[in-house]
Design a binder for this molecule. Structure first.
Ligand code: G1P
Length: 324
């Protein structure tokens, strides 16, 4: 039987930029990539790889920097550990260890100079070629019960345009994100949504600004770290000058792409996400994410919630005494 030829719109690759210096978590990230910080008992990057696989993307390229070894090792076999667990008859832990290895086809490329997110994405060009691809940023974890990425993929496959994930945020938080100006979505995008019954909205992206001030922001729609991109973005990135912070910004390239003819790979659509997103980008959000996800675990939820209630009550008592 002849093999099915991949359609031009079929998304098959996931790209995970993981070359950041992780300065917000120093000294923990001095010798360990921030993507390896544990969220309950799994490194953050494993959640992201699992999300890509759940959306049908088992071909994953990780764009790394200097501290890449732990990332590669995590997704590789560890024969010594496996044989120790086998000898002890610890089948559950053995399965956990092997799961990371069998999860996806992992590839690694080095960014070299850390010249920004746009530059990291352009490092995927030789691997991805001329097909559309997804980009997943590791600071954002999306709850697997709210399948954002597969919705974005179906919008791309219906329209051929690049698709970015947007989320409504309070105006004071907009300066932390890329921000989108939007208009009504083309009919094909809306139809792709109805087919999935996802309850999200699709919009056309008419402009994008990286980390604007609250006054400059064209809306309250923040770019969250999921993108499905037409390969035309690589040509645009090649001509994108350094922007905010002197870095080549993906947001700037997407602003250019939004103005190009959809017949030539241009056009950007937005999916407004209203599901559960967990931020691991700074220390406080990271701690909230760890507690939230631990409370979703059957073996941890009850004792952790009970301890948290006691802990909060005892702190409130101490504060009350302190103020007397
Ligand atoms: C990056 C992007 C930004 C986006 C954000 C989402 O910024 O440049 O447009 O809103 O991710 O997490 P970073 O958080 O890496 O500074």
């Amino acid at each position: 039987m002849a093999e099915e030829r991949p359609s031009k719109r079929r998304v098959m690759h996931a790209v995970i930029p993981a070359a950041g210096l992780g300065t917000r978590f120093l000294p923990a990230t001095k010798a360990t990539p921030k993507e390896m910080l544990p969220v309950v008992d799994k490194p953050a990057i494993q959640y992201v790889v699992e999300e890509a696989v759940a959306a049908g993307l088992a071909n994953v390229l990780v764009v790394t920097g200097r501290n890449k070894r732990p990332l590669e090792d995590h997704f590789d076999r560890n024969y010594e550990l496996e044989s120790t667990l086998t000898r002890k008859g610890d089948a559950d832990r053995l399965q956990l260890v092997q799961h990371a290895t069998s999860l996806a086809h992992l590839h690694f490329v080095r960014q070299g100079d850390p010249r920004g997110l746009g530059h990291a994405v352009s490092c995927a060009r030789a691997h991805v070629g001329r097909s559309p691809f997804a980009v997943l940023l590791g600071d954002d974890l999306i709850d697997p019960r709210d399948p954002l990425l597969s919705t974005m993929i179906s919008v791309h496959e219906a329209t051929g345009q690049s698709v970015i994930a947007l989320m409504e945020v309070p105006p004071n938080q907009i300066p932390l994100y890329g921000c989108a100006a939007v208009g009504p979505a083309p009919l094909a995008a809306a139809a792709a949504f109805e087919n999935r019954g996802s309850g999200c909205d699709a919009v056309a992206v008419t402009g994008l600004v990286e980390k604007p001030t609250a006054e400059e922001a064209p809306s309250n729609l923040a770019v969250i770290g999921r993108y499905v991109l037409h390969p035309r973005v690589f040509d645009v990135l090649e001509h994108t000058a350094p922007g905010r912070g002197g870095e080549i910004q993906l947001t700037d390239a997407l602003a250019t792409l939004a103005g190009l003819d959809p017949a030539e790979g241009g056009g950007v659509l937005g999916v407004i996400f209203r599901g559960r997103r967990y931020d691991t980008g700074d220390r406080l959000d990271y701690l909230k994410t760890v507690v939230t996800l631990a409370c979703e675990r059957e073996d941890l939820a009850r004792p952790l919630l009970a301890w948290l209630a006691d802990f909060v009550a005892s702190r409130a008592d101490e504060d009350g005494q302190g103020s007397l």
